[in-house]
Ligand binder design. Sequence first.
Ligand SMILES: [Zn+2]
Length: 469
Amino acid sequence: MHVRHLPAAALLLACCASPVSPQQPFALQGTIVTPSQVLQNGSISISGNLIEDVSASPAGTQNSAIVTDSFIFPGLIDVHDHITWNMLPRWRPNRTFRNRYEWQQTDAYSIALSQPHYAITSDHELACDADRFGEIKAIVGGATSVVGGLAPTYGTNDNACILGLVRNLDIDAGFTGSVLNQAKVWYTIYPLEMSLSTEAEVSAGLKSGAITAFLIHAGEGSTTDAAAAQEFQMLAKNGDGFLRPGVSFIHGTAFNAEDFAEMAKAGVGLIWSPRSNIELYGSTTDVRSAKSAGVKIALAPDWSPTGSDGMLEELKYAATWNAAQYPPVFSEIDLANMATAIPAQLAAADKQIGSLAKGMYADLLLLRKKGTDPYQTLVQAALADVRLVVIDGVPVYGDVDLMNKLLPGRNLEQLTVCGAPKLLYMEPQAGIPETAKTFRQISEELKSKLEQWGTSLAELAPCSGSDLN
Ligand SMILES: [Zn+2]
C-alpha cells in the first residue's frame, strides 16, 4: 500500500517524555542467535537499555540468569508499516489491481478503510489510541522496531504518545541523542509525498548526513504495470537522483532485473512485502533477480488490512511463498537476516540494533523452543510461542512466568493471545496522559468509534494459519 498520512488534530503537549525507569540488570539463559552465530546454551545480560554481555556459558557473567528454555533472537525490525491502519480489519476487495492508484480510488477502499481511518486519526486522543494499538500488535507479532507510526501534525510534536513502546525509527528511535520528529530515517511515498522541495531536502540531507536512511515506496503495482515501472527511471533522474547509498525502495514489484542490477551497483536496498503485494496485485517483486544482483533485501508486512499482522506472520508467509519456488530463493537463515540484521542496515541502525552483542541496545525476541533449529522455529512460529519481547532493556510483553520474574510488583495487563495467557507492560510516560491508558481502554475507545463507521476493531493477533490467502 499506501496513502498519505492524515495527521491528528493539533494539540500541543505541555511536556516532553521521560525515558522509562531503569530496570534492575538481568540475564537470560537460552540458545542465542546473534544472528551471525548460534550459542547453544548461552546467556545474555542486560543493564539499563544495553546488552552488557553475550556469553557462550549458561551462567555468563551473572550467577542468576533466568532459564528461559527459548531461542533468543534480536527483536524483529519492521521497516515498512502503517501502524495506525492496523486497527482496521482485513480488507478483501475480491479482485486485484494494476497499481496503488487504482485501489485508492475505489469506493470500497474509501468505505472500508480510508474514511474510518480519517475519522479516528483526525481526533488527537483516538489517533494516539490507534498508534498504540498498532504498536502493541507489532510487539505481539515479534517486532521491537517499526517505521510508519503516527506522524505529527505539521509543525507540532503532538505525536509524543508514540513514546514508550516500540522503537519508532523514523520518529524517535530512542537511541542516545534522538529527538522526537527529528529522526535521521525518512519514510515516504513516491510520488504522493514527495514535492520538489522534499526531493531537494532529501538529496541535501543524504549528502550532509542529516538523513542517514531514506525509505521510499516506489514501483508498487502488478509486475507488468507500466506506470509503476516508470517510477524507477523517475527516481533515478529526479533531483540529484535517488540511486545512492542510504536509499531503499519499498515494494519495487514492477521493477525488472536491470533495475535491480542498477540498485545493487548504487547500494540501494529493497524492502519486500509479499503478502500485501499478492493480495492487492496478484504477484510480488522479482526477489530472485534482486537477490542474485546482490541487492540487500529486508522483509516487512506493509499493513495488516492486506498484508500481515506483524513480522512473524510475514516471515511465515514469505517462507511459505519461498517453499513454492523452484529452486527456493532464500534459506531460512536468509529470511531471519531479512527481519533483523538487514533492516537494521537499511535503517542505518546496525550499530545499535539487529544483532545481539555487547554494547548493542537490548531489543530481544524470545521464542519457545520447538526442535533444535532456531531459524526453522522463527519462520514457523505461532504467536502463542512468543515467550518474551524486550525493548530498550525493558520487558514489555511475554509469558506470565517470565514477566512476573522480571517485573515483580509492576502493573502488568493480562492479554490472551491465540489462547495463551500473556502479560503486557506499558510504563506511562511523564507528561503524556495518552500513555497511561490500558490496552483494554484503548481497544474499547477505538471499537466504539469504528462501529459508528460501520466497521470493527481488528483482531490483535491472527490465530489461524488458514487465514493466509
Ligand atoms: Zn506501504
